[in-house]
Design a binder for this molecule. Structure first.
Ligand code: DQA
Length: 147
């Protein structure tokens, strides 16, 4: 059985009502439910965290190996563009990490065009709304299983 850590970054707790023209109307609870039902089919155990706090996200990533996770799926949200600490945690964790975004960050404001996380992630999936998460989960499971 695979054990995957899912991390949702800042403001993603507001999905459903947050800028629906950009992020859609699907709530975080619904995304988590979709992830869990996909995980169930592939006999994968998920632990899902959301935090608005950079240090807490760094802690989740840093403790993932010790907590016996085999991979991490993360939407770092705004920290994608600002956080050297999250990037360093990803680089140091020794686990495969897949980065996901609901929106296509490259078709938005210029400050979103740079991800500090992408160079240290195994791959990035973006622009498909809630589906980005499901594609990301499939990708991380494949990565671990083909290791
Ligand atoms: C986001 C894109 C980020 O630029 C933004 O700060 C978010 C969400 C996305 O999923 O599209 O909070 O990561």
């Amino acid at each position: 059985m695979l054990k995957i850590l899912i991390i949702h970054g800042p403001n993603l707790n507001l999905l459903g009502t947050r800028e629906p023209g950009i992020y859609g109307v699907v709530t975080l609870a619904k995304i988590n439910q979709m992830l869990k039902s996909q995980a169930k089919k592939s006999k994968t155990r998920l632990v899902i965290k959301q935090s608005n706090h950079e240090g807490e996200i760094v802690d989740f990533i840093g403790e993932a190996g010790k907590n016996k996770f085999q991979g991490i799926l993360i939407n770092p949200a705004a920290y994608t563009h600002t956080s050297v600490a999250v990037r360093d945690a990803v680089a140091a964790c020794g686990l495969p990490v897949v980065e996901v975004h609901l929106s296509n960050i490259y078709s938005r404001e210029e400050f979103r065009h740079k991800s500090l996380i992408s160079p240290v992630a195994r791959g990035t999936i973006l622009g498909f709304g809630a589906q980005s998460y499901l594609l990301g989960l499939a990708a991380i499971c494949d990565l671990i299983e083909s290791k």
